[in-house]
Design a protein around this ligand. Sequence first.
Ligand code: C2E
Ligand code: CA
Ligand code: CA
Ligand code: CA
Length: 278
Amino acid sequence: LALLLDQVFNEPFAPKPKPFGKRSVSADAIQFGLDNDEFTLFFQPKVNVQSQCVFGAEALIRWFSSEFGGIVGPDEFIPLAEESSLINAITERVIDMSIQELKRFKAEGHRLKLSINVSMLNLSQLDFATNLAAKLKNEAIDPSDIILEITETALMRDATNVLEVLTRLKILGICLSIDDFGTGYSSMSQLQHIPFSELKIDRSFVYGAGENDSTRRILESSASLAQQLAIASVAEGVETREDWDRISALGIDLVQGYFISKPLPPEDFSTWLREWNG
Ligand code: C2E
Ligand code: CA
Ligand code: CA
Ligand code: CA
């Protein structure tokens, strides 16, 4: 990776980056990125295993930082944004961009459900649900076309207001998904109280399932848990034909991963949709 970055950044006219590994993302840097519109979304398709139709896409944030001279991945700044509560501004921006792109995909004739990642901190804001519903109404987006992804480990932190906000979202018709399922320890009884419509199995249980028995058992039991709860199951991180076949044999509903497509910038995603459907 260092070698690759060197090659990329030693171009004479490229901005001089801070040495990789030493770059320290700060709250100020994130704020600068927000002020200068440096955040954008990539889209990764979710495909129905049986019909092979495109069900929807997940919006994944990307930061093209002028200060750091390239892309900063979400894992490098989302945790910090959560500590500094900048996450509320980021999620707001993600939602606004998601709505605009979804409108464009629809105008191009595609029917999609859009998945958006939200943090626990967003869900402890009591007005989160009503604000989101108002935006959707303004833009004539059907609330059921939006799926909010919340990680399993975040859910277990049991923050104030969260169950209340999740219930309001559900009542407003917005769908909820448990992300990275299998990495936490939620029980069936906990899950029953939260109005989810989708369970997204963490990719560590998808790619490892070929070689490792205990990994495969977690994958299988997650799939059957979704069935028992009568909610949709998604396998993320499907990279190979073998992964796809294993997922398909388990009756998992939806697949996301490099085997179908990497996350793509909006224009490339439009092209991908045309080709997949055409
Ligand atoms: P996630 O929600 O679990 O997203 C899936 C991650 O797996 C993405 O990484 C995606 O690029 C990657 N991925 C997809 N298919 C494959 C595959 O076949 N193989 C492998 N190895 N990886 C695959 P990304 O985009 O770097 O995002 C990392 C995490 O950052 C996300 O994990 C999510 O937790 C967080 N994140 C991304 N966008 C947002 C956002 O807009 N808001 C918030 N709050 N968090 C976000
Ligand atoms: Ca996600
Ligand atoms: Ca995930
Ligand atoms: Ca993840």
